[in-house]
Each structure stands twice: as structure tokens, then as C-alpha cells.
Design a protein around this ligand. Structure first.
Ligand code: G6Q
Length: 543
């Protein structure tokens, strides 16, 4: 990290100046003055193509942003991460999700030990187990093969597996039923299991710590459901496996340690979908496709590690994101995948980006004096077009957009895919160039309606294009965003790898729980609002 605080660095100051000169310029002018813009402001990495020409930047802006990255120590920080330094300082941990996809034979050292052999040993065990389930060789307690797999986990132990399952449905073994239970709301468990036969159901309890309240509560309910259905404690061994770093807790729960798949403290929850946490994904799509996904991750890792800054996709997208968040004070980013299979990708990215970069103190604990991580949201196109795009086109907020599109559909059907692609291109064009009042008048629109039908344009977007959404491409996309988050975190000088902000609510909930459950009127020491709500809920429930 640079010892000079971010907002006092030379490049930052120059960017403040640059912002003042660029913010009044329109993308229409940028394009009309420079016919070669699209060719120059695009790059390709690991098979993903990025068009970033529709951004409110000049060549000078980009040069300054790259200078900021260099001044902020990005190159050293990147090496430190890949090398296994303990860059997650508040938790004193290495950050090595990149080792999860390192090829067999590569070397990555943590505390002097090469971790790649263990990664591949675990992958081999996962593969053997996944094959047993897929082929029906893994029998339940009554001798019936397992046909239903329910992943129980939350946050990083849920969002990645759910997203990957949805994204890779064309690769899923369709005669397996794969479900996910995350919420402590009993409805989640009840709906996920209501039509399943316990004799054919396997629960994958995914929890790094094996202490998470929601997951443990759901796992206990699953055990009861299983015991009621199968009538014996001995059934647990055939119907539960665990993915965790906590062998003692797994054993205490009653899961045979031979049915546990491990990972390591250097894998953060939201960076763990390619670890053993991906067991449900591997069962669904098979070990071969899972390894293709890992190869995709690795290809993007290599691109991020080796491509020069000006041709580096994650760095480029990170810098553009930072430009809008910190200088234009844009508070959101819309992620708009034009592929139905990516319907859970925005939700996945919300955790990856917002849990990582939703921080307001710098690495040395001082409040930052600049805006950091924006709110991410999104829906698959074209659905969002009939919903929130109105605000993106004509609202008062600036919402930079990441469009994601694929040249080929997994489900070619008449003109559907051409229409989908026409829409994504049209949206990016409309946002950038808009429609002037003169153009609207020229179409004969009555004067009173002209302001309503004018599109200001100048609304920036990136377009990420790949050939098709296959396992390798998914790995590349996820790694792309992981490295965007990392790059921004380095420049903002925040720790992208802790998540202390989720702790307070957990602690308060464990205090409130007995107050809701107690038979006697409990003494309440909260604020008057919380006290009144607790009393009202108790009253509504006859207490
Ligand atoms: C992610 C977070 C968090 C975590 C969940 C589940 O980076 O750490 O979302 O994944 O709280 O934790 P467990 O896997 O320990 O149950």
C-alpha cells in the first residue's frame, strides 16, 4: 500500500481535475470526434471481450486511472495475494482463492507449505464422491440410490453454488433433483423438502465454520426430518455429508469424518464456490465440467496477473467503476446479464462486491474521505427493461451498467436469441447517445411531450461479450469480478476480505431470541422501538 493517503496522491488530485473537465462532455461528442474510439477502448482477455468505449473517459482519464493503480501499489498487492501473503490483515489470513484453481503441479506456498497438492487431493475426493452419487452407487440407508441433493448453507456457502447451478443448467444431470436451503425461515426448508423422499435424499451441509446459526438450525431440522422418515440414527451416515474447515464440529453433529470435505482458512466464504463448497455444483454438472469451470477461473487469474494494465479486463473495469463511484459519486452499478441462466448472477455479485468493498475505514483504521463500494443490483435482460431501466435512462441518478451477452444461445429457438442480442446492443446505445429534444421534435412529437420523451444519454456502460455460457466461461466471469473487487479494494485501501459489518446484527439477534421465546415477561433493555416491537410480537403470539 502507498503510505500517502489516497486522496492526497498525485494521480488522485489529477483525476479530480480531470473529472471537472470530463463531466460536462457527452459520449456523443467523444464518438463523433473520434471514429476509432471503439477499436481503441476495447480489449480481450481469457476469451472475454470487453467494450468500454461507452464510458465517460478520455485517453487521459484512462492514463491517470492507471497511474493511480500503480501509485496505489496494485502490482505489488497483486503479487502478494497470488503469493499467499496474509493480506487479510484484520483476520490475519492469506487470500488464496486463486490456489483453488491452480493446475496440478503448480506451486503456491502458505507458511512454507505448498497447498496445491492438498487442493487436488480434495478435488479428487470430491470427484469420486460426486461420481458415486451421479451413477447411483451411493446408496441411502434403505439401499435406494440418492436422487435428491439438498445443499444447506448460507452467504458464501450458498450464493455461489446456487448461482452456478442456475448458470450451468444445460450441463446438469437432469434426473437429479438439486435444491438449496439457506434462510432460517422454516419455509425455506419446508418447501425444499416437501416432495422429497428421505430415503433418496442427501444433505450437503456446507459451512466453513460449522457454527452459523441458520445453517446449523436447518441442518438439525434436516436430521430430524431424516430420522422421522427413516427411523434410525444410523441413517445420518448415508444421508449427510459436510463441507467445512471445522472437523470437530462436523463430528459432534454426527457426520462421519470420512464424509467430510475440507477447505482452508485462506478461502473466504464469498470466494469459495470453486472449493469443496462447490460439491453440490460438482454433483450437478459432473467433475469434468467442474474442472472446466476451474480452468476458466485460472485463465482469468493468469490474464489478471500478467496482462499489462491497459489490456487487463479486471483492472480496466475496476478503474472505471472507481471513476464513477469516487469521482462522479455514483452510488450504484447495474449488472445486466442478457442470459436467463445468469438470473442469480446479480445476487451472487451483490455479496462478492458489497460484502468485500462496503467499507468506510482504510486499512489502518482511519475513516476514508472518498466514496467506496457502490450498491450492485440487476436482473437478467430483457426483464429489467420493462421495470427499472426507466430510471437508468431518464432518472436523476447516474447508474453505470455492466451488460453481459453471449453470441450463441444454449437454447436456439427461432429468432429469440437475435432479439435478445438486438436488445442488449440497443440498450447500451440508447443509454450512451440518448435522443435529443430536436430529434424528438423532428418525429412530430407534440411540444408538451418533448421533455418527457427526450433521453439525455451520456449514461455509461460496459459490454462483456463471450461466445457462450459454458462452465469455463462462468469461471472466467466470476474470476473477472473477483479481481475487479480486489483491484478496487487495493486502490481504496480497504480490506476487501473481512466482513465485520455482519456481526452486530448476529449478536443482537441472539439476545432478542430468548426474549421472544421466554414464557415469563422478560425485562427488556433495548431502545423504546425495539422493546415495543418485542412486546407486540409476544402479544400477537399470545404471550
Ligand atoms: C462470506 C462470509 C459469509 C459466510 C456465511 C456462511 O464471505 O464470510 O457470507 O460465507 O456467513 O458462513 P459459514 O460457511 O461459516 O457457515
Amino acid at each position: 500500500m502507498s503510505p500517502v493517503p489516497l486522496s492526497q496522491r498525485k494521480a488522485w488530485r489529477a483525476l479530480e481535475e480531470e473529472y471537472r473537465s470530463v463531466q460536462g462532455c457527452h459520449l456523443r461528442e467523444f464518438f463523433s470526434m473520434d471514429p476509432a474510439r471503439a477499436g481503441r477502448l476495447s480489449c480481450e482477455g481469457a476469451g472475454l471481450y470487453l467494450d468500454y468505449s461507452k464510458h465517460r473517459v478520455t485517453d487521459r482519464t484512462l492514463t491517470l486511472l492507471r497511474a493511480l493503480a500503480t501509485e496505489s501499489g496494485l502490482l505489488d498487492a497483486r503479487e502478494a495475494m497470488f503469493r499467499g501473503d496474509r493480506i487479510n490483515r484484520t483476520e490475519d489470513r492469506a487470500v488464496l482463492h486463486t490456489a483453488l484453481r491452480a493446475p496440478r503441479g503448480a506451486q503456491v506456498f502458505v507458511d512454507g507449505r505448498d497447498v496445491v497438492p492438498e487442493v487436488h487431493e480434495t478435488l479428487d475426493r470430491l470427484s469420486a464422491f460426486a461420481e458415486q452419487v451421479r451413477t447411483g452407487a451411493w446408496k441411502g440407508f434403505t439401499g435406494k440410490p440418492v436422487r435428491n441433493v439438498v445443499n444447506i448453507g448460507i452467504g458464501g456457502s450458498d450464493l455461489g453454488p446456487v448461482m452456478a447451478f442456475e448458470a450451468l443448467r444445460p450441463y446438469v444431470m437432469r434426473d437429479l433433483v438439486i435444491r438449496f436451503v439457506s434462510n432460517v425461515d422454516g419455509t425455506d426448508f419446508a418447501e425444499a423438502t416437501r416432495d422429497l423422499d428421505p430415503a433418496e435424499t442427501l444433505f450437503v451441509v456446507s459451512s466453513k465454520t460449522f457454527t452459523t446459526q441458520e445453517t446449523m438450525t436447518n441442518a438439525l431440522s434436516a436430521r430430524t426430518w431424516c430420522l422421522v422418515g427413516l427411523g434410525s440414527d444410523a441413517a445420518v451416515a448415508r444421508h449427510f455429508v459436510a463441507v467445512s474447515t471445522n472437523a470437530a464440529k462436523v463430528e459432534a453433529f454426527g457426520i462421519d469424518p470420512r464424509n467430510m470435505f475440507g477447505f482452508w482458512d485462506w478461502v473466504g466464504g464469498r470466494y469459495s464456490m470453486d472449493s469443496a463448497i462447490g460439491l453440490s455444483t460438482m454433483i450437478a454438472i459432473g467433475p469434468k465440467a467442474f474442472r472446466e469451470m476451474l480452468a476458466g477461473f485460472h485463465a482469468m487469474d493468469e490474464h489478471f496477473r500478467t496482462a499489462p494494465l491497459e489490456a487487463n479486463l479486471p483492472v480496466t473495469m475496476a478503474l472505471l467503476g472507481l471513476w464513477y463511484a469516487s469521482f462522479f459519486k455514483a452510488q450504484t452499478v447495474a449488472v445486466l446479464p442478457y442470459d436467463q441462466y445468469l438470473k442469480r448472477f446479480p445476487a451472487y455479485l451483490q455479496q462478492l462486491t458489497m460484502e468485500s468493498n462496503g467499507k468506510s475505514v482504510s486499512s489502518d483504521g482511519r475513516p476514508v474521505d472518498y466514496a467506496t463500494g457502490p450498491v450492485y443490483f440487476g436482473e437478467p435482460g430483457t426483464n429489467g427493461q420493462h421495470s427499472f431501466y426507466q430510471l437508468i435512462h431518464q432518472g436523476t441518478a447516474l447508474v453505470p451498467c455492466d451488460f453481459i451477452a453471449f453470441a450463441r444461445s444454449q437454447n436456439p429457438l427461432g429468432r429469440h436469441h437475435d432479439m435478445l442480442l438486438a436488445n442488449v446492443l440497443a440498450q447500451a446505445e440508447a443509454l450512451a447517445f440518448g435522443r435529443t429534444a430536436e430529434e424528438v421534435r423532428g418525429e412530430g412529437v407534440p411540444e408538451a411531450l418533448v421533455p418527457h420523451r427526450t433521453f439525455p444519454g451520456n449514461r455509461p456502460s460496459s459490454l462483456i461479450l463471450a461466445e457462450r455460457l459454458d462452465p469455463a466461461t462462468l469461471g472466467k466471469l466470476v474470476a473477472l469480478y473477483e479481481h475487479i473487487v480486489f483491484t478496487q479494494g487495493v486502490i481504496w485501501d480497504i480490506n476487501s476480505f473481512d466482513q465485520w459489518g455482519v456481526e452486530l446484527g448476529k449478536a443482537l439477534a441472539s439476545r432478542i431470541l430468548p426474549e421472544l421465546e421466554s414464557g415469563e415477561e422478560p425485562p427488556l433493555g433495548h431502545d423504546s422501538s425495539t422493546n415495543a416491537l418485542i412486546r407486540r410480537i409476544r402479544g400477537m403470539r399470545g404471550k
